[in-house]
Design a protein around this ligand. Structure first.
Ligand SMILES: N=CN[C@@H](CCC(=O)O)C(=O)O
Ligand SMILES: [Zn+2]
Length: 393
């Protein structure tokens, strides 16, 4: 073995529960987990690290972010403090479109440079995989520029970046009178041009976004190009987007405050992950909770993510996301931890590669200075990360 972390308490997240190993050890070879079990049975390794009783979890996974974007929306935030709603600002030409303007103006290197502090904040709290969406370019060049910037983040930092194409995030103003023309552009020019730049395709199915019929066209184009889909669904109203996404075997449907029973049943049948975004729920001061108990009852996997974006969730802390998942959504400690590890990996289609501490997976670990896992969910603003291991290093 190359490296052995021993004298640790391990939450493998491989189940049941936290998949606990008291007095455990993890061994890595060639960047992969080669062995995990009781420390007394551990293999020898070239390097042994004594964890002095600390906790090890899988490296954290942020499965929904808009980390790459130009500018910020602090002014919009001030308007909302004075009573303007997120939707009213969007309909008046602000919101996502104002970030589109700033993103179009920024060069690719500027986008990378401005995203790095946000990425660093996630990494500092143990994130080893981060999903990044496009969706503020809203032109062929703009979207490809965003995706190249997202990929470049993975060259700048030791972290796995999963990219998602979100061309149907908002209608760009130059297509105000030609919605169909814009969806044509997304389906006929942008998706075919993605090459290896995007791992999945997403859309914003909403009154201020795209209709279910428009979303269906995007999903058809994604399918024709062999790309899995995800969806911003049922955030501000019930458009029946989650059921539509599930009918395309979606990896995840995200937000879901207005999700109904038919949507839940469709997601359960398709194995589509419910990615809940408590940062957006909090920051937009939404009042309708996602149907947590019904999701549980139906056996829908639940992931949690930051939704880091300049409009609804300028949040770069998965620890705070877990706290919000518990306090706002009443998730258990186990659900919160699974939500940012095992289920977040599933929401990216990466469940065989990351998300639990099991032999064969990438050796992505977070080592914590805590007495019990509940501390990761309970504290607000304290970062107990002791060390972060990515691909065995
Ligand atoms: N809801 C749509 N997209 C983002 C918000 C983007 C923005 O406002 O810039 C979200 O996930 O909340
Ligand atoms: Zn989002």
């Amino acid at each position: 073995m190359d490296r052995l972390w021993t004298n640790a308490r391990i939450a493998t997240m491989a189940g049941p529960g936290l998949g606990m190993i008291e007095r455990g050890a993890v061994a890595a070879r060639d960047g992969r987990i080669a062995w995990v079990g009781p420390a007394s049975e551990a293999p020898t390794a070239a390097e042994t690290i004594d964890c002095e009783g600390r906790w090890i979890t899988p490296g954290l996974v942020d499965c929904h972010t808009h980390l790459v974007h130009g500018g910020d929306r602090a002014q919009e935030f001030e308007l909302r403090l004075q009573g303007a709603s997120y939707e009213a600002i969007a309909r008046a030409g602000g919101g996502i479109v104002s970030t589109m303007r700033a993103t179009r103006e920024a060069g690719e290197a500027d986008l990378v440079a401005s995203a790095l502090p946000r990425l660093d904040a996630l990494i500092a709290e143990g994130a080893t995989t981060v999903e990044v969406k496009s969706g503020y370019g809203l032109s062929l060049d703009g979207e490809l520029k965003m995706l190249r910037a997202a990929r470049a983040l993975g060259d700048e930092r030791p972290v796995r970046i999963a990219t998602t194409f979100l061309g149907t995030h908002a209608l760009p103003p130059e297509y105000a009178d030609d919605r169909t023309g814009y969806v044509d552009l997304v389906c006929d020019e942008m998706i075919p041009a993605l090459g290896g730049l995007a791992d999945a395709v997403d859309a914003f199915c909403e009154g201020i976004g795209f209709t279910p019929d428009e979303t269906r066209r995007v999903f058809e184009a994604a399918r024709a190009h062999g790309l899995r889909v995800k969806l911003h669904a049922e955030q501000l109203s019930n458009q029946h987007g989650a059921a539509l996404a599930a009918s395309y075997d979606a990896l995840s449907a995200d937000h879901l405050e207005y999700l109904d029973d038919a949507g839940i049943a469709a997601m359960a049948k398709a194995g589509t992950v419910a990615t809940l975004l408590p940062g957006a729920y909090y920051f937009v001061r939404e009042t309708k909770l996602p149907p947590i108990q019904a999701l549980r009852d139906a056996g829908v996997p639940i992931a949690l993510a930051t939704d880091c974006n300049p409009g609804t969730s300028p949040l770069t802390s998965l620890l705070l996301v877990m706290n919000m998942g518990a306090t706002l959504f009443r998730l258990t400690v186990e659900e919160c931890l699974a939500g940012v590890t095992r289920e977040a990996a599933r929401a990216l289609g990466l469940q065989t590669e990351i998300g639990t501490i099991e032999p064969g997976k990438s050796c992505d670990l977070a080592i914590w200075d805590i007495e019990r896992p509940a501390e990761l969910v309970y504290r607000m603003g304290l970062n107990p990360l002791h060390a972060r291991i990515w691909k065995g290093v």
